[in-house]
Design a protein. Structure first.
Ligand code: K7E
Ligand code: CUA
Length: 621
């Protein structure tokens, strides 16, 4: 099987395969192609005055952000800054967002997940994790802004997330890289004894808008790749794929692909919750840590073809499907069979104290569509049919999980990672639309040099699958979620918060207060001026002494939708935004003496260019 490895790294092969399959599926005359292009265009055309049917939330990968698109138009609507600084919105510059970011400047956002109620997207919250700096975030869908971020200890890259349970009870964050608990120094020679693949159970306190770690599980030192929560009859369970069960510590590309089988970890989170309640855990620096070799129960291993990547639960909650990555196989497993095997203790041994279930007693069927290579991730339509991305043969294969029969396939350009179906992770997907998230765009768009954008391709799945639109996207859409537009209810302006001591809503309340070398500015932004101190000779000027510690509290008193103001201090590397009704704070030390213009960065009125002032810093001596 070693021969697969160069193929995976060699995208060229994927490119050739895609070209071949194109030849198989096209062969239309020009007139046919023109008329089918016309009807494709009509399907995605959203006339002026109308809006898209779906929101698509695409992960921004190592940009650290989330991108919002409309479907079917595939127009990009917004970037939500989550894990990285963003000067367009001042995210990571104002005090609130700077604190959220926890001192980090970038992130690697892989898998966005909506909050769910009864297994259906409820349109309230969006979760995401950061592989780059091991964080988890929650975004408020009333404002499309990041509300909380936590650093996840003992975990190095929670790639295998975020997927929420049926009623958003938990979000499980397993690690991609095994590290010693506490990320302390340990020799790699002691990898198997000292390293762990810690998984965190994160809860979301909706009232206080806070993410919390309920407990952690010190799993074996393997890499945890993808996960999914059970649904309906399997709602108390979750599954995740592993690789490097070889526990190799170097040249993973070769060494982590030796064993014929890796595992799916199958666990019952209700049982783990119970164990924690009963005190069956150890205290590790304030975290409740379950060690599966000591605190037994609730966790099982299911053997699966080597180095699986995606694992996806069918909408009816009856099966979970693992995709082979290095074996061209989708393996369908039955939850019911797994429950029986657990009950009858049909174990084929154990690893690190975790029982291994018999492959044969859990496996439902192995599916190998002809010449389909590199299966990665599976989505579902309204009829329960499966759509699996083929990274190497660059196509989407539609198949029936109940029979394993291939129903349709369509080439995409090129090398799709995930795809996303309309409401695809719910108990009732919508069908109609599937978007392939492709790693390689190559010849698709106007060239911008050696590196091209990634690409999302909209596929009409209402009949025979058809790619009808390509949209370029910034790096890197690993995964996306597509939700019915009417499920999301945004607010128009931030309501007045009279309890906020930093907020001022009247010109006459603006003031600059000095306490020793601390300067607090309570100002307002309005069309088209700043007022920092209404009593001052020049109300739009802030004057401080070099070395002063400055707090600028700014409230936007334009309670009108879309009237956002920016606040930047030229050459001070400072910038923030205040949305309608919002109060934001900037904190810094005025260490540079001189004269620095203040200006509004967001074009807010015909007199936007006049919306400025001065920041004067008197030299020390
Ligand atoms: Cu397959 Cu990070 Cu979900 Cu990318 S992962 S493709
Ligand atoms: Cu305020 Cu431009």
């Amino acid at each position: 099987m070693k021969k697969w490895i160069p193929i995976v790294s060699g995208l060229l092969v994927g490119f050739i395969a895609a070209t071949i399959s194109f030849a198989d599926f096209s062969g239309k005359t020009n007139t046919e192609a023109a008329s089918s292009n016309k009807s494709n265009a009509e399907k995605v055309y959203v006339p002026f005055g109308q809006k898209d049917d779906y929101y698509l939330f695409a992960s921004g990968g190592h940009s650290g952000q989330m991108f919002i698109y409309g479907v079917p138009s595939m127009r990009k609507i917004r970037t939500i800054p989550v894990f990285s600084q963003d000067s367009a919105t001042g995210y990571g510059f104002d005090e609130h967002s700077k604190k959220l970011m926890g001192g980090y400047t970038w992130g690697d956002l892989h898998h966005p997940a909506f909050s769910e109620t009864k297994g259906d997207y409820d349109g309230k919250w969006m979760f995401a994790t950061d592989v780059g700096n091991s964080r988890a975030a929650v975004v408020d869908l009333k404002t499309f802004t990041t509300k909380d971020i936590i650093k996840v200890p003992n975990t190095a890259g929670p790639h295998c997330a975020a997927f929420v349970t049926e009623n958003t009870e938990y979000m499980f964050l397993p690690t991609r890289f095994a590290v010693p608990v506490g990320q302390k120094y340990e020799s790699l020679d002691d990898y198997s004894q000292k390293y762990r693949g810690v998984m965190s159970a994160v809860t979301f306190d909706e009232k206080n808008v806070k993410l919390n770690i309920a407990y952690q599980v010190a799993l074996p030192p393997w890499s945890y790749d993808l996960s999914d929560a059970g649904k309906k009859g399997s709602a108390d369970w979750a599954v995740m794929t592993t690789y490097n069960t070889e526990e190799s510590t170097t040249t993973m590309e070769v060494n982590a692909s030796q064993a014929d089988r890796d595992y799916i970890v199958l666990f019952n989170w209700k049982e783990l919750e119970k164990m924690v309640k009963e005190g069956k855990y150890e205290d590790v620096d304030g975290q409740k840590m379950i060690y599966p070799e000591k605190q037994k129960g609730g966790i099982y291993l299911v053997p699966v073809a080597k180095s699986p990547h995606g694992v996806d639960v069918t909408p009816d909650g009856k099966f979970f499907i693992a995709s082979g990555k290095l074996a061209p196989t989708m393996t369908v497993f039955s939850f019911e069979k797994a429950f029986k095997a657990v009950e009858n203790k049909e174990f084929a041994g154990e690893r690190n104290g975790i029982p291994i279930l018999n492959y044969k007693s859990v496996m439902e069927r192995e599916v190998n569509p002809e010449n389909a290579l590199g299966p990665l991730h599976t989505q579902f339509d309204d009829k329960g049919m499966a759509y699996t991305t083929m990274f190497i043969s660059s196509e989407i294969v539609k198949w029936d999980p109940k029979t394993g029969k291939t129903l349709d396939r369509v080439p995409v350009q090129y090398s799709p990672g995930h795809s996303v179906a309309a409401e695809g992770d719910t108990v009732s997907p919508d069908g109609h639309w599937l978007v392939a998230l492709n790693k390689i765009a190559k010849d698709t768009y106007l060239s911008v040099g050696p590196s091209h954008p990634e690409s999302m391709q909209l596929i009409d799945i209402s009949g025979k699958m058809k790619v009808i639109l390509s949209a370029p996207v910034d790096p890197e859409p690993h995964y996306a979620q597509m939700i019915k537009a009417d499920k999301i209810k945004t607010i128009n302006v931030y309501p007045k918060d009279t309890k906020n001591p930093d907020a001022v809503y009247k010109q006459n309340d603006t003031k600059i207060v000095r306490k020793g070398n601390e300067v607090h500015v309570y100002g307002i932004a309005m069309r088209s001026r700043f007022i920092f101190d209404h009593k001052a000779k020049r109300p739009d000027v802030i004057e401080v002494n070099q070395g002063d510690h400055v707090f600028i509290h700014l409230t936007n008193i334009d309670f009108d939708e879309d009237i956002t103001h920016g606040f930047a201090i030229n050459s001070y590397d400072l910038n923030m935004e205040v949305q309608p009704g919002q109060t934001n704070t900037m904190e810094f030390t005025a260490d540079k003496a001189g004269t620095f213009p203040i200006y509004c960065t967001n074009f807010c009125s015909a007199l936007h260019q006049e919306m400025n002032g001065y920041f004067l810093v008197k030299p020390k001596n």
